[in-house]
Design a protein around this ligand. Structure first.
Ligand code: ADP
Ligand code: 5GP
Length: 210
């Protein structure tokens, strides 16, 4: 078996959390564009669609009764209440993406990260902090997607989200978006190299020892 051929590996379950506005969607988008081996878990949510969002791409937007049925049927890997709405990670697409050899990226809150870790064990959790609270608010406003009441609700929730920073494997400060993105890519690169994820190594090592 030539060593230059990529060996089989188990995909990384890769969680990005942050207070709303710190930049995790920006980083996630950059990663998806840069790395074809990474697939995004598209969550289901009961919150209203925002201008510019696409159903089935940003989220699957579902009515509350449909969400409740999905939860009761065990269709979610995890789900949680966030900002008075329900958000959940559909199980089947994640399993399909892993089976096709890809890493799966989750943009979920601390509750989701905790549940996913409890269920799957092998999860890489990254928390993204803003450089300051003032900058967090500035970014929420600059995004231009939320009205004042929603911005205030997100700011009020930021401290709670930040207080869960110590439940993560890596903590990054998103001061400069390119630097933060580079750090995320480095983490993914080394996590892929962990022996436990390199499932094809056994055969290769055996071939070396023959
Ligand atoms: P989140 O997904 O965490 O809610 P977004 O990725 O939507 O946050 O980012 C919120 C806003 O901040 C967006 O307008 C984005 O372009 C901007 N932003 C993200 N990272 C940075 C950064 N390092 N410096 C300045 N602006 C940023
Ligand atoms: P937004 O409404 O800004 O898109 O997302 C609000 C929050 O919900 C973000 O912190 C985001 O990470 C979180 N979130 C999105 N999808 C899920 C999900 O499937 N599960 C959980 N637990 N949180 C989610």
């Amino acid at each position: 078996m030539p060593a230059s051929k990529p060996l089989a590996r188990r995909g990384v379950l890769f969680v990005l959390s942050s207070p709303s506005g710190a930049g995790k969607s920006t980083i996630a988008r950059k990663l998806l564009t840069a790395d074809p081996d990474v697939a995004m878990s598209v969550s289901a949510t009961t919150r209203p669609i925002r201008p510019g969002e696409v159903d089935g791409v940003d989220y699957s937007f579902v009515p509350v009764d449909r969400f409740k049925k999905m939860a009761a049927n065990g269709e979610f890997l995890e789900w949680a209440h966030v900002f008075n709405h329900r958000y959940g990670t559909p199980r089947a697409p994640v399993e399909a993406m892993l089976a096709s050899g890809r890493d799966v990226l989750f943009d979920i809150d601390w509750q989701g990260a905790q549940q996913l870790y409890q269920q799957e064990g092998d999860v890489v959790r990254i928390f993204i902090l803003p450089p300051s609270i003032a900058e967090l608010e500035r970014r929420l406003r600059s995004r231009g997607t939320d009205d004042e009441a929603v911005i205030q609700a997100r700011m009020a929730r930021a401290a709670n989200e930040i207080s869960h920073w110590d439940g993560y494997d890596y903590v990054l400060i998103n001061d400069d978006v390119d630097r933060c993105f580079t750090q995320v890519r480095k983490i993914l690169e080394v996590e892929r190299l962990k022996r436990k994820r390199q499932t094809g190594l056994i055969g290769f090592v055996r071939s070396l020892l023959k």
